[in-house]
Design a protein around this ligand. Structure first.
Ligand code: SAJ
Length: 416
């Protein structure tokens, strides 16, 4: 099958490379620089296995900026929230669908992978495709959102089960033939239902993280350690409390619940969960400033990626945290083993800690579990630590002279 994949980003590029194992694939992107980079082997994503896969599929993968005819057209463009309005920005999906409509032929398959607000397939994408002069049914259509977690993108794209929303039986048969790399089960449903299922998944996670965050705030007031309490509660066979933290980042969980909330009137819990998660930054800053005392003082942020083990800083809670601390008058320094540039440029750990008055672990990178508190205490002006992810061994740090505050641990420092 000849396949055109629209969008060569975090999901589109790995999808295109996996498809190129079995099909003849052209990756299409509107950004000429990205196309030139991918052509030269300078890939815009840093995921295990992607460079090797790129090398393996050189005979069946090429890139271009121009739409071209193909048997299957896969749209994997981003659907962010517009910054000024927080409304889903579907311009990239629209424009990719228009490009596909220009080259669409009878019996082609069109797949929308991008996560979209409910109703987008039938209300927006299919009508654009029909502007080609073909009616739905003369072309096949499916919504096939990925479920891959950053850091394990390729493995999860291959192994995870998928839900595919299809127009008709022919669309399903052709989608199964296209996604031959998927080893997980494929469950078929309608187009609108598949759109809803994808949003349910990420909304479920956001709401459950909000519950974990609310438990953390309560535990602080009650003088309880939420992390120990969570371990005990999770002994129950039907309970799985997630981990509290300084807020939810990334491009998926922070965005997708709003696709649902803005489309449907009955969204009270979803919006509330978003508010709870967003309030965690303020809570973390208040904990840090209580530790620090009045400015001037220096806060060193450990980790600015939106979660551990990745270099991705999209919608990271570290950015509002850092800005609020700066606005309150503190000098802020940054360390992150994965991130090269940020609002405050990351420095080597020894430099970022030198003369600092407080370290704040904001991202749960593995490297932070094995930091040497004795060496850090020597470099800092005052050895204090706020651990918003419960990654360090607090007792060990106290033994090294640190005042330690762990988010959600109401026993960690009675003065706070
Ligand atoms: N987080 C917590 N506590 C937790 C788990 C996560 O505070 O217990 C935070 C993380 O630190 C991070 C944010 O939530 O800031 C999101 O991280 P994540 O690992 O929960 O999810 P993402 O955004 O990396 O990927 C999600 C996944 N969705 C679900 O797990 C339901 C992934 O499977 C999806 O494919 C992806 O969104 C997507 O593209 O939609």
């Amino acid at each position: 099958m000849t396949v055109a994949v629209y969008g060569l980003g975090h999901i589109g590029l790995p999808t295109a490379l996996l498809l190129a194992q079995d099909h003849d694939v052209v990756g299409v992107d509107v950004d000429p620089e990205r196309v030139a980079n991918v052509r030269a082997g300078d890939l815009p994503i840093d995921e295990p296995g992607v460079d090797d896969l790129y090398a393996d599929v050189q005979g069946s993968f090429r890139v271009t900026t121009e739409p071209e005819p193909a048997d299957a057209h896969v749209i994997v463009t981003p659907t962010p929230l517009e910054e000024a309005t927080d409304v889903p920005d579907l311009r990239a999906v629209r424009s990719a669908a228009e490009s596909v409509a220009d080259v669409l032929r009878a019996d082609d398959l069109v797949v929308l992978e991008s996560t979209v607000p409910p109703g987008t397939g039938e209300g927006l994408v299919i009508p654009i495709l029909e502007s080609s002069g073909l009616d739905a049914g003369e072309f096949s259509y499916a919504h096939c959102p990925e479920r891959a977690i950053p850091g394990r993108t390729l493995v999860e794209m291959v192994e995870n089960h998928r839900v595919v929303g299809v127009l008709d039986d022919n669309s399903l048969d052709r989608t199964l033939a296209l996604y031959s790399f998927v080893e997980g089960e494929v469950h078929a449903t309608g187009v609108a239902s598949a759109e809803f299922v994808k949003l349910m998944e990420n909304t479920h996670r956001d709401v459950n993280i909000a519950l974990a965050n609310e438990f953390a705030r309560m535990a602080e007031e009650l003088g309880v350690d939420v992390h120990k309490a969570r371990d005990l509660a999770n002994e129950h066979p039907r309970v799985d409390v997630l981990r509290p933290g300084p807020g939810v980042g990334g491009h998926c969980i922070t965005v997708d619940p709003q696709f649902l909330a803005q489309r449907v009137g009955s969204d009270r819990l979803i919006s509330l969960a978003r508010d709870v998660n967003e309030s965690m930054v303020g809570h973390a800053v208040r904990s840090a400033t209580t530790l620090l005392g009045e400015p001037p003082a220096t806060l060193t942020v450990l980790g600015v990626a939106y979660k551990g083990g990745v270099a991705d800083t999209r919608r990271t809670p570290a950015l509002p945290l850092l800005r609020r601390a700066q606005n309150a008058g503190y000098d802020v320094r940054v360390h992150d083993p994965h991130v090269e540039s940020f609002a405050v440029d990351p420095e080597p750990l020894a430099d970022a800690a030198a003369g600092s008055d407080c370290l704040a672990v904001v991202t749960d990178h593995d490297a932070y579990e094995s930091l040497d508190p004795d060496a850090l205490a020597e470099r800092m002006a005052t050895p204090r630590l706020l651990d918003t992810r419960n990654v360090v061994d607090a007792e060990r740090w106290r033994d090294a002279g640190f005042t330690v505050r762990t988010l959600g641990d109401g026993t960690s420092d009675p003065s706070m």
